[in-house]
Design a protein around this ligand. Structure first.
Ligand SMILES: [Zn+2]
Length: 476
């Protein structure tokens, strides 16, 4: 078996991946704060690590995958207040929405989805151990971590203490800062601020856990003191993951994570702006899926290597849809051929080409999950397969082999080929013809005909979308 190489943020190098237990992998991925529908940045992270997990499973590893829900923090408290609901009710609503969206995107459920509020006892015990060891201190009902006491602080995000101090000094007048011994210390436990604010009893009074501590607790509890892979978005490197290392290693005295993997950002639209609420380009998966086929969104996001930036735009989505259509049409073509009663002409030519593609696919994926090269290898095989499927005498044995292989390859990208083909390609021509007729009617301002065709398509389960790039259609 070939060895997988992964880029480790901690060493800033591509390294040969060696799991702690041969054949098994422990993997932790930071999950969302469940105060809203997930945005495409969350979806990107979930898809990136699902694709990595699926490839490791394709390689034969057994993967134990843990991903948390942050179901209590400032954002949760503020949003529950704004929606006039409680924090647990808000969490319930958006955990369900998360599971709905990720199921639509064919993201495998985690082996375990722990929640912060279900781990309060363990969190308090963990914090107490850090206090006992001198790594943490209580102040006005809060508990803080002495960042400088941990000698590797700043290593993951490649920052030194002086730089971190400069950054922290900008917030020197914050109320919280005044309670700390040192501005770079961070909160492990936060005292209750208002009497009606959600809180639990603790040795330091009523309060709730800080954000960073929950991941240290859940990762060590469910996967062990040292794990193989910890994943998350690049924006989590500092302070979140830096703090997770400080907390965990101070408590256990062991290395927390062997391989740190971080996914790249998502930008939106033609100007490739970074997504943010203030720019009003905060796109939720819930809204996207009203218009876009989930398989297309999944494939689009899975087809960019996890460390690279993704530009979310109608154009790029369309490009992914076109590639997916070519896979679909090839499969429909093969299925049609396998069912006809012409004799098969077996030769090893096509079988060899398939084996070569399989090798290229694995070499690319083994190289830090280079999905672009893996897809190119598959894509380049399509004309050979189609030529064979269209020949007078097809090599049916190899076509069947290709069908199975393509299913396995595309499953790594989260695409179920059976589902893909169930949206029959046969009627696409008819739809394209109707869309064309409607476009012509619109050009002539013949709105009656245009509306009539739209209704006809609607009845066929087709939704029309007029975009600046032209008319697009999707199946309901
Ligand atoms: Zn985390």
């Amino acid at each position: 078996m070939l060895v997988v190489k992964v880029y480790n943020t901690l060493t800033r190098k591509k390294e040969e991946f060696k799991p702690l237990v041969p054949g098994q992998i422990s993997m932790y991925v930071c999950g969302p704060t469940v105060y809203n529908y997930i945005h495409i940045g969350n979806a990107r992270s979930s898809i990136a690590f699902d694709t990595i997990r699926r490839y490791l499973e394709y390689k034969g590893y057994k993967v134990k995958y843990v991903s948390n829900f942050t179901d209590v923090d400032d954002k949760m408290i503020n949003e529950a207040h704004a929606e006039e609901t409680t924090v647990p009710k808000l969490a319930e609503k958006f955990i369900n929405a998360f599971l709905e969206d990720t199921t639509a995107l064919n993201i495998e459920p985690a082996t375990l989805h722990p929640r912060a509020t279900h781990e309060i006892k363990e969190i308090i015990a963990f914090v107490q151990t850090l206090i006992d060891k001198g790594y943490a201190y209580e102040s006005h009902g809060d508990v803080y971590y002495r960042a400088k006491k941990f000698k590797h602080y700043g290593e993951l995000s490649d920052q030194n203490i002086e730089r971190l101090e400069e950054g922290a000094s900008e917030h020197i007048n914050d109320e919280e800062q005044n309670r700390k011994e040192d501005p770079i210390d961070f909160a492990l436990w936060k005292a209750q601020k208002e009497p009606d604010e959600i809180a639990w009893d603790s040795p330091w009074g009523k309060g709730r856990p800080g954000w960073h501590i929950e991941c240290s607790v859940m990762s060590t509890k469910y996967l062990g003191d040292t794990i193989d892979i910890h994943g998350g978005g690049q924006d989590l490197e500092f302070p979140h993951h830096e703090n997770e290392i400080a907390q965990s290693e101070a408590k256990t005295g062991k290395k927390f994570v062997n391989y740190w993997l971080h996914n790249g950002f998502v930008t939106v639209g033609k100007d490739q702006e970074k997504m943010s609420k203030s720019l009003h380009n905060f796109v939720t998966v819930h809204d996207i899926l009203k218009e876009v086929d989930p398989q297309v969104l999944r494939f689009f996001m899975a087809s960019v290597q996890y460390r690279r930036q993704i530009n979310y735009s109608a154009e790029n989505l369309q490009q992914a849809a076109t590639i997916l259509d070519r896979f679909k049409n090839t499969l429909v073509n093969i299925n049609y051929r396998l069912e006809d009663d012409t004799p098969s002409k077996d030769s090893d030519e096509l079988a060899k080409a398939i084996a070569k593609t399989n090798e290229k696919f694995e070499v690319a994926m083994d190289d830090d999950f280079n999905v672009q090269n893996a897809l190119t290898a598959i894509y380049d095989l399509l004309p050979i397969v189609n030529a064979n499927a269209n020949a007078e005498k097809a090599d049916k044995k190899s076509l069947k082999l290709f069908k199975d292989k393509l299913s396995a390859w595309l499953l790594v990208f989260g695409i179920d080929t059976e589902k893909l083909c169930s949206q029959s390609a046969d009627s696409n021509d008819e739809i394209d013809q109707l869309v064309k007729k409607r476009d012509e009617a619109r050009k002539k301002k013949d709105w009656a005909t245009s509306d009539q065709i739209r209704d006809q398509l609607k009845e066929m389960g087709i939704t029309i979308q007029d975009t600046p790039q032209g008319t697009r259609w999707t199946r309901d």
